[in-house]
Write a protein of this length. Structure first.
Length: 180
């Protein structure tokens, strides 16, 4: 189940918790964060190729690409035995920004986006069917967990792909990680 925890950025112990999609969307939209639900246009097998995944979500991907000017799209698959999982998790766990919106759609699995905005941390556990859009220049970090298992569609305006600008703030170490 998708979940949003909203913390004061100086108190990781007392969040407000939201679990229904409408409330999560409302809370995130109030601070400029996109949160949507997408459905595949056709069933996908567990071993679906990148082309099959993109075809199943083509209408939603094309709509968003046209709306936001994204120039490229890809599919990222993470599994518990990925050889770089520790290195990648460590890199994503540091607070950073991007010079473009960071948009991720979860085809399968889960991940935890933490967005640092307006004196609060918005911890969004995204799961299958969730799309999140973190606005350009917004400090955030991502936790894929110690044994990552997800498939995500990523959209980019920068054809170089994922480029982070690390803030040097250690805030991410003070907030809960994704356990599973």
């Amino acid at each position: 189940m998708s979940e949003l925890k909203v913390y004061p950025d100086d108190d990781p112990g007392h969040p407000s918790v939201y679990t229904d999609h409408a409330s999560i969307r409302r809370e995130l939209e109030a601070v400029g964060i996109r949160f949507e639900r997408w459905e595949a246009s056709r069933p996908l097998s567990p071993d679906a190729s990148e082309a099959e995944i993109l075809a199943a979500y083509r209408d939603s991907v094309d709509r968003l690409m046209g709306e936001r000017g994204f120039r490229s799209v890809d599919v990222l698959k993470m599994v518990p035995d990925h050889p770089k999982k520790v290195e990648l998790r460590s890199k994503f766990l540091s607070e950073h920004t991007h010079s473009e919106d960071e948009v991720r759609f979860f085809v399968e699995g889960q991940g935890l986006f933490n967005i640092h905005r307006q004196g609060k941390v918005y911890a969004v556990r995204c799961e299958k069917g969730d799309l999140i859009g973190v606005p350009e220049g917004t400090p955030h970090w991502f936790d894929m967990g110690p044994n990552p298992r997800f498939i995500a569609i990523r959209l980019f305006t920068n054809t170089e792909g994922w480029v982070a600008h690390f803030t040097g703030n250690d805030i991410a170490a003070r907030f809960p990680y994704l356990a599973a």
